[in-house]
Design a protein around this ligand. Structure first.
Ligand code: IPE
Ligand code: IPE
Ligand code: MG
Length: 250
């Protein structure tokens, strides 16, 4: 394995893990096999993020729109999530990983909800990598829930509408307390957000990779981090290099 070559490590990397189905199809396997193989890639991504010093890793595991898939596939995906938490929670905890779940928890199956809450509760005091799992997550749904929560405060007279600011909205999002993603990676060649972190992605860097998610390796992650390190983030201002010289007075 080659050594990492990047210099700037993003604090927060978010990944749209896409292409499990196509990975399987290419091999003449059922889609479920792609999802199963995708779990190995999840483990590798978590280890790599922790090793290089990424502080937050957000993984898009199941979207609020993924319920539209056939019942058998939904059930495979839920089963895999449960198996992952059951099998890996102890190791994640041992590695000082803190787990956070984002997404709508209302109306989730009780067994799933219990496992997700257990994962958060067990690891709440951990201080190494924060692994954010986006489950039943949709950004528009998240923003609508935040808006409803603010509206309830206005209705109750605890908040004035004119006092609503971006930071007040941020504090009501599922990601409250988590910095915005510096880097969003999507595998499988698709170049879209699919309702992922719409608010938080305002200044994120994007990397779209052709590999299907089960083929995402430590080396793939390193290459993406290297690409990220070469990006010039300006946040609406000027880059550090260009802004450095004092203003030229003509
Ligand atoms: C990503 O792979 C997994 C989830 C969306 C849960 P897909 O299942 O979307 O695979 P493709 O995009 O059909 O190949
Ligand atoms: C996005 O992938 C959701 C996850 C990776 C969990 P999809 O496969 O659901 O997205 P679309 O349907 O191709 O946009
Ligand atoms: Mg897909």
């Amino acid at each position: 394995m080659s050594t990492p070559r990047f210099v700037t490590i993003p604090d927060h990397v978010a990944i749209i893990m896409d292409g499990n189905g196509r990975w399987a199809k290419k091999r003449g396997l059922p889609r479920a096999m792609g999802h199963r193989k995708g779990i190995d890639a999840v483990r590798e991504a978590v280890r790599t993020a922790a090793d290089v010093g990424v502080k937050y890793l957000t993984l898009f595991a199941f979207s609020s729109e993924n319920w539209r898939r056939p019942e058998a596939e939904v059930s495979d995906l839920l089963g895999l999530l449960k198996a992952f938490i059951r099998r890996d929670l102890a190791e994640l905890h041992e590695d000082n990983v803190r787990v956070r779940i984002i997404g709508d928890r209302a109306n989730l199956r009780p067994d799933i909800l219990k496992l997700l809450e257990e994962a958060e509760h067990t690891t709440r005091g951990n201080t190494a990598l924060t692994l954010v799992i986006a489950f039943n997550y949709g950004a528009r749904d998240e923003i609508a829930r935040a808006a409803a929560s603010l509206a309830r405060d206005v209705e109750a007279g605890r908040l004035r509408a004119q006092d609503i600011t971006p930071s007040l909205i941020e504090a009501r999002l599922d990601t409250a307390g988590i910095p915005d993603p510096d880097l969003i990676i999507r595998t499988s060649g698709e170049e879209r957000l699919s309702n992922f972190l719409l608010w938080q992605a305002a200044y994120s860097e994007f990397i779209f990779l052709p590999q299907y998610w089960p083929d995402f390796s430590r080396e793939t992650f390193y290459t993406a981090l290297e690409t990220y390190a070469a990006r010039d983030r300006r946040f609406g201002g000027l880059s550090a290099a260009k802004a450095a010289p004092a203003a030229v007075v003509v």
